[in-house]
Design a protein around this ligand. Structure first.
Ligand SMILES: CCCCCCCC/C=C\CCCCCCCC(=O)N[C@@H](CO)[C@H](O)/C=C/CCCCCCCCCCCCC
Ligand SMILES: [Ca+2]
Ligand SMILES: [Zn+2]
Length: 528
């Protein structure tokens, strides 16, 4: 080394031992142990680039070259050196973070030009690159522990693969190292702070290490989120930004997004993208499944779909009036619309849920107010009134998009049904009281839960986090509203059908399928 002019004799009062260290690739590296010198050296300080800013600067690029320098030690000194060397290269061409250098551009030709420029500067400074660790002209590369591509930024699978093997954390030190990994990727995980809270508590100094069901739940949720983390779009400064904000008594949230390729892409956390509906219920989105926004609110609609379809088929088989087939199918249509709405939280699907609620309720009103008419007669006046009502509600709601308007209109129709039912069981058929009042009570309990879910959502969410996941599922009150309103509506159709069949002297009877599920049986009206 002396002959090569790399080292020279010195008579300095300072001396540091030299050692040869074997590197991973088997080669030897000459190192000097400067620990004692470092101990008495005043450290230089230099502001490092923010990680987010470093990633943001590659937002409109499609080509990436990752360069790795042979050696880089003291962060401040090294960063200062790198920025000095590459100061002539703009961030839109090359981002430097310690010994990570990312040359990038939107086109191949520009990438080549940028790369030549960076190579020249590195050569001028007499620095060396480790060829094996450089990746040239890629559409996707690993940078600062994240995978950067033309689509955006995602977690580095090699960094999170260890997560799949982890089943439980056994010490505060393990919690710390898991937290370090997870918090590095916090912006890929919706509600990170809330989910990680039990682990954070566990790692507090004064706390004795005790692994509880809530720690396990937080750990499982974070592992799941890390493994299935989405690709976040990189910001394009030339396009407008959309800022969505939300706040409650104990937390706040923001989502920054942009329109891209005709769809709003950004921090969408699930298959159907950012919710566009005017309502988003208390159940947390995309927690149970990546494909279903509100899982429990979706599957609970089955009760509004299957029994009414069975009811419609049975009504046809029994040769009863077609209006009751419409009533059953109307309820099933609401159930299908509601399924689509909660699965996607898209505005169009919301209409598929809410407008059929109005239409089917109009059919119910017609059935109940026309139940004391001659068989096979149709009165057009109530049909026209209800049609006009439906059209007006539809047109106004499409323009106004105010959910309260829809709720009031639906409430008016339910009110008409309640009043008519009370009239029937008070003045005409008092023996139908049990069925009518059961239907009303079930519906009203559902409505009560609907209100609690809306008004006490923050409290419910907070409580759920402290309970095992199975409790979280059964405390989804909007799902219970579906179950109870579905059952209440079904019983209401039975009540309406029984009233009508009694009036027509078809001798209806309530039977229980499998001993539990109520159906109406009448003497078959089909003529052979
Ligand atoms: C005497 C019997 C009463 C039973 C009446 C049954 C009427 C059923 C009519 C249609 C079936 C619809 C089933 C409802 C499905 C709900 C789907 C749903 O959750 N949709 C939401 C979107 O997810 C939608 O935004 C929800 C709107 C809820 C509106 C709630 C307003 C309820 C108003 C009830 C007022 C009762 C007034 C009583 C007055 C005496
Ligand atoms: Ca929700
Ligand atoms: Zn619903």
């Amino acid at each position: 080394m002396a002959a090569a002019g790399v080292i020279q004799t010195s008579d300095s009062p300072w001396v540091s031992p030299a050692v040869l260290v074997r590197k991973e690739d088997g080669s030897l590296q000459f190192c000097v142990d400067y620990r004692r010198l470092n101990a008495v050296t005043t450290k230089g300080s230099y502001l490092l680039l923010r990680l987010d800013d470093a990633i943001d600067s590659v937002s409109v690029s499609n080509w990436f070259c990752g360069l790795d320098l042979c050696s880089g030690y003291c962060p401040a000194t090294f960063e200062r050196l790198m920025e000095k060397i590459l100061h002539a290269v703009p961030a839109s061409a090359c981002v430097v973070y310690l010994d990570n250098i990312l040359v990038h551009a939107a086109s191949f030709a520009t990438t080549l030009t940028n790369l030549c420029l960076v190579f020249q500067q590195i050569a001028k400074a007499n620095l060396r690159l480790t060829l094996a660790k450089c990746s040239l002209f890629r559409h996707q590369t690993s940078f600062l522990g994240q995978v950067v591509s033309e689509k955006g930024v995602s977690t580095d699978p090699t960094k999170v693969e260890a997560v799949e093997q982890w089943s439980v954390l056994t010490s505060t030190a393990e919690v710390h190292s898991f937290q370090d990994l997870a918090s590095y990727y916090w912006h890929f995980i919706a509600g990170f702070v809330d989910i990680a809270r039990p682990l954070h508590k566990l790692s507090e100094k004064a706390q004795q290490f005790q692994w509880s069901p809530s720690s396990q739940d937080a750990f499982d949720q974070l592992c799941r989120a890390l493994i299935t983390a989405p690709v976040l779009a990189l910001p394009d400064p030339s396009k407008p930004f959309i800022l969505d904000t939300d706040a409650s008594n104990d937390s706040g949230g923001v989502v920054l997004s942009q329109m891209g390729d005709h769809v709003e892409r950004a921090v969408a956390q699930g298959y159907w993208g950012r919710p566009t509906s005017t309502l988003d219920w208390c159940e947390d989105n995309y927690v149970v499944s990546f494909y279903i926004a509100e899982f429990w609110n979706t599957v609970s609609n089955l009760i509004m779909i299957l029994p009414p379809i069975y009811g419609a088929i049975q009504t046809m088989k029994d040769g009863l009036e077609v209006r009751y087939v419409f009533a059953f199918l109307g309820l099933a249509a609401v159930g299908i619309g509601s399924w689509c709405f909660h699965m996607t939280l898209q505005y169009e699907m919301q209409l598929l849920d809410e407008l059929p609620m109005i239409y089917s309720c109009c059919v119910f009103v017609y059935c109940l107010y026309e139940c004391f008419r001659q068989e096979n007669t149709v009165h057009y006046f109530p049909i026209v009134v209800l049609l006009i009502f439906s059209v007006v509600v539809t047109v106004v709601y499409l323009q106004w998009k105010e959910p309260v308007f829809h709720q009031v209109m639906y409430g008016i129709l339910v009110g008409c049904l309640v009043l008519r039912s009370i009239f029937i069981v008070t003045w005409v058929y008092p023996w139908l009281r049990p069925l009518s009042y059961t239907s009303l009570s079930v519906f009203m309990i559902g409505f009560l839960l609907w209100n609690i879910d809306n008004h006490l959502c923050d409290t419910l969410r907070g409580t759920r986090k402290r309970l095992p996941p199975v409790v979280g599922a059964v405390t989804q009150l909007h799902a219970w509203w579906h179950i109870l309103t579905g059952l209440g509506s079904y019983l209401h159709i039975l009540f309406s059908l029984q009233t009508r069949s009694t009036y027509l002297k078809h001798r209806p009877k309530v039977k229980f399928l499998c001993g539990v599920w109520p159906v109406i049986r009448v003497e078959s009206q089909k003529t052979t």
